[in-house]
Design a protein around this ligand. Structure first.
Ligand code: CA
Length: 555
């Protein structure tokens, strides 16, 4: 009887009942903010207290320890979040991709269900965010200082611009969100807002007020930066035959990579963050690495501080206006980031620090405070989860699954998969990472570096790596060739085959790449012999390119 009365009232009052019953959804995402740089995750950096405001979400909500992206780079991760589809399905494999209006599914479904929708900040999906009621987005990567934003207006996309001279992008993005709340909110509807910072993406330009933040602090270094390539780490794919490619795979903090390193880049970009009498010719490689690492982390953490301080402003506003507790607040980064682990820069890797996304969710009405959750969830599951919080069933075209019930009960449903799929396509672009594919379970990670571009070319040596994530969370020992793990490898390979089939990454779009993927799948003696040759050939090509400019100068 009680149920019937509620239904009748709801039918008469329509929208208003919906608005009071359904939560607002505030999705906050920073660019390249990694879990090691969030206090609540408890890394070596936690003692610096980098994120007191973000930590509040963990204290009063749930923290996911095993949230993973399926492709650790900006545009593909954003496209997956917006569509609930993997890169090969939504078509955004790399930074060139975009999602046009009509396919911005998360916004479209929210709007269809009566939510007021807005997208403010970094977008990076090229096409107009047309499926949102309101948008103000940075063009492409956008600028840290004096940013401009594309808005809806009289002229066709992307010609309507507003400018924020003298402002830092994190401040300007928060200002605009607060303005949207004050001037544009339609209180008859719940809201779905995507609030995206550009920070702390490289090259880490923070607001000037943070110039001195951490300047006197020696930032704790990861063990695997100090000793970055112990013999047990990696494979011929990441080290080359007899370690000949260690300098050339993965851009570095120290001098390891002659093509691109912070040891060379940062003193030019940020001389103020190096000692006044800095002279690398008088220093050892280890000393240079330490200085570059400190400069890098200080810049990065100053950007993070700017995000955290701005979120304090935003949360204060939600509290003052009584919206804090009826809003599902989600905080994440579009992927993780290597903060010097293995002496690597950037993201892209399936290694843990890049593949893991920070994920914190606060909604005190149904989510208990202070939970830490180890269920494996992915960015492909974000849209279904947010939609379920809004009372919307996962549309059939989405490939992810809602983990709302895990947030609310801490219990994984019986059929919840203990596996995450990963694929990085941009073979050897920008940061010298080979193309790879793999599977992550709670216990293990199997990575297959097939090492080829979209046409199967520019090959790097193929190899497999297996890490025991419980015993070796820092991924220091590749166990692929350890006979004790032969069964585990066989089992995970089979699961990877099934997973690829289930999600439809069958190589159809790039048949020449798939040929390489298949060729080295079994990795027998002949494959290994061929990998050695590929290593030698790649080294020759690499040294030619590295030496080319100086040769030209001599002429
Ligand atoms: Ca990113």
């Amino acid at each position: 009887m009680k149920k019937l009365i509620i239904i009748v009232i709801a039918a008469f009052t329509g929208q208003i009942i919906w608005a009071t019953e359904r939560p607002n959804i505030l999705y906050i995402m920073s660019d390249d903010h990694t879990s090691q740089a969030i206090g609540a995750y408890g890394s070596r950096l936690a003692k610096l207290n980098p994120t007191p405001t973000i930590d509040r979400l963990a204290k009063e909500g749930i923290l996911f320890e095993n949230a993973f992206c399926s492709n650790a780079i900006c545009a593909p991760s954003r496209a997956t979040i917006l569509t609930g589809q993997y890169a090969h399905t939504c078509g955004v494999h790399d930074l060139r991709g975009g999602i046009e209006g009509g396919r911005q599914h998360l916004a479209r479904e929210m709007k269809k269900a009566g939510y007021q929708t807005a997208m403010i900040g970094k977008w990076h999906l090229k096409k107009e965010p047309a499926d949102f009621d309101f948008y103000s987005v940075l063009p492409g990567q956008g600028k840290f200082h004096d940013p401009e934003f594309r808005i809806r207006g009289d002229k066709p996309w992307p010609k309507n611009l507003i400018k924020f001279p003298g402002k830092h992008s994190s401040d300007a993005i928060t200002d605009q969100t607060l303005k949207w709340f004050k001037e544009k909110r339609d209180d008859s509807k719940p809201f779905f807002l995507m609030h995206h910072y550009k920070a702390p993406h490289d090259y880490f330009e923070h607001a000037h007020r943070y110039n001195d933040y951490l300047s006197d602090v020696d930032i704790p270094q990861p063990k695997n930066l100090i000793e970055s390539h112990p013999a047990s780490f990696g494979s011929i794919a990441t080290r080359g035959y007899q370690d000949e490619l260690i300098p050339h795979i993965g851009t570095s903090i120290g001098n390891r990579n002659p093509r691109r390193s912070y040891a060379v880049d940062l003193p030019k970009r940020f001389p103020q963050d190096f000692p006044q009498d800095y002279d690398p010719s008088k220093l050892t490689d280890k000393q240079i690495q330490k200085l570059a690492y400190n400069a890098y982390l200080r810049k990065y953490l100053r950007c993070v501080k700017g995000v955290d301080d701005n979120l304090k402003r935003l949360f204060n506003y939600l509290e003052e206006t009584g919206q804090m507790d009826n809003t599902v607040i989600i905080y994440t980064g579009d992927q993780g980031f290597m903060l010097g682990e293995h002496d690597y820069q950037d993201k892209r890797w399936m290694y843990e620090e890049a593949m893991r996304m920070p994920l914190l969710i606060r909604y005190p009405k149904t989510i208990k405070a202070g939970q830490r959750e180890d269920a494996i969830v992915g960015n492909v599951d974000f849209a279904p989860t947010m939609l379920e919080f809004a009372g919307i069933k996962t549309p059939a075209y989405m490939q992810g699954r809602s983990f709302k019930s895990i947030c609310e009960t801490g219990i994984e449903p019986d059929n919840w998969p203990n596996e995450a799929y990963y694929r990085y396509w941009m073979h050897m672009a920008h940061h010298d990472n080979p193309g790879h594919v793999g599977i992550r379970t709670k216990e293990y990670k199997l990575i297959y570096f097939y090492g080829a571009d979209y046409k199967g070319g520019n090959q790097t040596p193929p190899a497999w790596e297996l890490y025991d994530m419980k015993k070796d969370p820092l991924e220091s020992a590749n166990l692929y060739d350890n006979p004790k793990y032969a069964k585990t490898v066989a089992n995970l390979k089979q699961r990877l085959v099934s997973l690829r089939k289930r999600i439809g990454d069958d190589g159809r779009d790039f048949p020449e790449t798939e040929k390489v993927v298949q060729e080295f799948w079994n990795y027998d003696a002949a494959d290994r012999e061929k990998a050695r040759k590929i290593s030698n050939e790649f080294l020759k090509r690499r040294l030619q390119t590295l030496n080319a400019p100086s040769k030209r100068k001599k002429k």
